[in-house]
Design a protein around this ligand. Sequence first.
Ligand code: GLA
Length: 397
Amino acid sequence: MGIHAEPGEREVTADALRDAFRAVYGTDPEGVWAAPGRVNLIGEHTDYNDGFVMPFALPHTTIAAVSRRDDGLLRLHSASGDVDGAVVELYVGELHPDAPAQGWAAYPAAVFWALRDAGHAVGGADIHYESTVPTGAGLSSSAALEVVTALALNDLYDLGLEGWRLARLCQRAENVYVGAPTGIMDQTASACCTAGHALFLDTRDLSQRQIPVDLAAQGLRLLVVDTQVKHAHSEGEYGKRRAGCEAAADALEVDALRDVPFEGLDDALARLDDEELVRLTRHVVTEDHRVEQVARLAGDGDFRALGPVLTEGHASLRDDFRISCPELDLVVSAANDSGALGSRMTGGGFGGSAIVLVEDAAAHKVEEAVLAAFASAGFRTPRVFSAVPSEGARRLA
Ligand code: GLA
């Protein structure tokens, strides 16, 4: 089976991965697994506030050919994008958050650490990865790398862990071993999404609903615009927003901002005397409300009505949460001014991607308008593609 690749990129297949594994390690892998990146339709920076999110899986996927080893050695090799071809060698018994592996290898190493730390008897392995998930684009390339690793180990070691449990372990891997204070959305999206659906996830108890999203049937399309502005969550701003939200929840004497009801928002804001906490709280509470709105509209099949809600979400992230950037704002204004139904930044912010909801018939015009706006602003040419809700993590061979 082929894995999605952009036009002009080589297609990645399970057979090709087996061949590449053999070329690197000289033996056949025991199996091949895949885990996708994601876009988030709505629900940004709500996942560490116990709130709601609604992502779907992209066709862009990270795949891994894996064999177990019985000597505790972990060998990692990737042939993706910006990674050099060296095999990284680590010993699973020596993995520790105090001295994490460097670069991309930190993510798979983190998963080995988290599984072992949770008491699962996971030994060494040889792994070869390839990926079509753009890195640093806000499309969860790290979660795809973590989840594909966790799923392979879950199968090979018969751990019997469900998708949401693997997602939790991957989140812990990223929080504790890699040191990035992210929420649970990306890993759950990669592990639990299904083709043709967005995942409505309550991040408090991880209860889930699969909501059918067939935009093509409605004559609609969702464009993803990767601004190519790179972001890095572990660098400060993400953690500051998270700490601010926790401070606001403390000040309001609730467990998490999710507990502030939308109807009681004005009263809650009046109780906060710090302007920054007011803005953070307003974003999270209105964003949770927008996720519920979008889930309801999608459930009714009223996808055109999503547009204004997406655009409102962007304004909230730009003005209240303050995590947009000129390139993301330009996607939104150029797209909406040229006839898009609505648009917003997606993911952690400070760069990465935006999503644009358009009528099929207007897609080309809107894309051209965004490209022209970027050219006249002197910004790097963005990468634009249509996103269809795709399969979550799975074994390929
Ligand atoms: C990143 C994090 C997620 C989530 C989003 C913002 O993608 O990994 O946990 O917080 O940012 O919604």
